[in-house]
Design a protein around this ligand. Structure first.
Ligand SMILES: *[C@@H]1O[C@H](CO)[C@@H](O)[C@H](O)[C@H]1NC(C)=O
Ligand SMILES: *[C@@H]1O[C@H](CO)[C@@H](O)[C@H](O)[C@H]1NC(C)=O
Ligand SMILES: *[C@@H]1O[C@H](CO)[C@@H](O)[C@H](O)[C@H]1NC(C)=O
Length: 423
């Protein structure tokens, strides 16, 4: 009797001990639905990517403000762009003046939430702003906003599989895309933008640069983050992906590349709907001598352009906004530049006020460094002659061709690689 009572007490004690022990092992039991576990969609996405990239991510979520540039602007810039009363010209020259005095030419633009210029400021400075097209007015409002938050990152893009800093990326394809252009991206991945090492050991990597869809559009972000995870090649920032934000895209891309791919030999900046003959591009790059290789800026050069003053044109620039010719520039459909220029460009971009046309803006930055674009006959950012559109031999010799649909891209790629083709 006594024995069995002692036994029951022991069983109860052991059971209690085991329950207690189990609870210490699982401190979260019963608290699964803690409020901090109900994260919103966006931070969930960042966390998911975080899990893969861990400590590196922390550094890149907020873009550090660029340092006060230590640079001398080439005389070419002041010679080409006149000093006058147009708003942009005034901004440039007041920035250059600050730079000469050792200050920060563009001002404090590290804060994304407080960078908009109030309508009152704009109206005071641009007397006829109300006559500007609405989108152009909204460009002016956010012209000083330069550091959008990063939503999807690929911090290991240019690292080796062991996670080491990689000095071997020969060519980085940096492709301007839009959240909705999945088909274009997929055609690029399957053809000219395919990552890997070519027969002579040169490594090619690809990133797609995207902003966010407009709030009126269906929300593509869940799909985009799956795509980013699956392919590991999408970098996304939180700004509306639109024509007038392409200069912003170029800026954040330069910052990103400097942070994550600083040792890349060459960068190709282009659209997701062009056709690139990657083997021809690589053999051109291999043929360059060292002095040229370090200051390359090459593409289809438009050398004597001036602003379009027709308000109905996509490229319309009001006279009271910018007054002067354009510098010679490489068409934004696709151009190449040296990785060695990334750091200098990153400094130059902080001196040049944002311009609504991104390839003109890029040329202004290169010009601040004293680098002029070099024309190359194999970059056709316009198009080949109509009668040559189906001619594979013509395409085999070209490096870049303007605007091809995803299926045309696949067909062309297959065609120029066909062993049956003799040119
Ligand atoms: C600016 O750059 C020059 C040359 O790169 C360097 O010698 C100088 O120390 C730099 N000045 C500052 C303040 O960083
Ligand atoms: C820039 O603005 C941010 C946010 O307002 C502020 O924290 C920072 O100190 C400013 N930097 C400079 C150099 O004024
Ligand atoms: C550029 O992006 C910002 C941030 O999303 C947005 O407020 C602005 O309207 C966009 N600009 C244009 C012209 O679409």
């Amino acid at each position: 009797m006594r024995l069995s009572r002692t036994f029951s007490v022991m069983v109860v004690l052991v059971t209690l001990f085991m329950v207690f022990f189990y609870l210490t092992l699982n401190p979260d039991m019963g608290t699964r639905a803690r409020p901090e576990n109900i994260v919103n969609h966006r931070s969930l996405r960042v966390q998911e990517i975080d899990a893969k990239t861990q400590s590196l991510e922390q550094k890149s979520v907020t873009v550090p403000p660029p340092e006060v540039p230590n640079m001398t602007v080439s005389a070419m810039l002041r010679q080409t762009i006149p000093q006058n009363t147009a708003y942009w010209n005034r901004l440039l020259y007041s920035g250059l003046k600050k730079l000469d005095e050792g200050g920060d030419p563009v001002g404090n633009y590290s804060d994304w939430s407080h960078c908009r210029d109030a309508q009152e400021i704009l109206q005071t400075n641009v007397h006829d702003i109300s006559s500007y097209p609405p989108l152009f007015q909204s460009f002016l409002q956010v012209m000083k906003c330069r550091s959008p938050p990063l939503l999807l990152n690929q911090p290991n893009k240019c690292r080796s599989s062991k996670g080491e800093e990689d000095s071997q990326t020969f060519l980085l394809f940096a492709i301007k895309s839009n959240p909705r252009n999945f088909e274009q991206r997929q055609a690029v991945r399957e053809t000219w933008g395919k990552e890997g090492v070519d027969h002579s050991g040169l490594r090619v990597r690809t990133v797609f640069l995207v902003g966010t869809a407009s709030l009126d559009d269906p929300d593509l972000n869940p799909l985009l983050s799956l795509e980013a995870k699956y392919f590991g090649d999408i970098v996304q920032w939180e700004f509306h992906d639109s024509f007038f934000n392409l200069t912003l895209k170029m800026n954040v891309f330069l910052q990103w590349t400097l942070t994550h791919c600083p040792h890349v030999s060459y960068v190709f900046s282009g659209d997701d709907d062009v056709f690139v003959n990657t083997p021809a591009l690589l053999s051109y790059l291999k043929s360059l001598d060292a002095s040229k290789a370090s200051r390359l800026y090459v593409g289809h050069v438009i050398s004597t352009a001036t602003p379009i003053r027709d308000p109905k044109n996509k490229y319309y620039i009001p006279l009271s906004f910018y007054d002067g010719p354009y510098p010679a520039y490489a068409g934004g459909g696709g151009y190449l530049f040296s990785g060695a220029l990334l750091q200098p460009l990153s400094t130059a971009r902080s001196v040049i006020p944002f311009f609504p046309i991104d390839d003109v803006y890029a040329a202004m930055c290169f010009m601040a460094l004293g680098v002029s674009p070099e024309p190359h006959p194999s970059f056709l950012t316009f198009d080949v002659k109509v009668e040559d559109r189906e001619n594979l031999c013509v395409h085999k010799d070209l490096i870049l061709i303007h605007q091809r649909s995803p299926s045309q891209t696949k067909k062309l790629w297959k065609g120029i690689h066909s062993p049956l083709l003799t040119c």
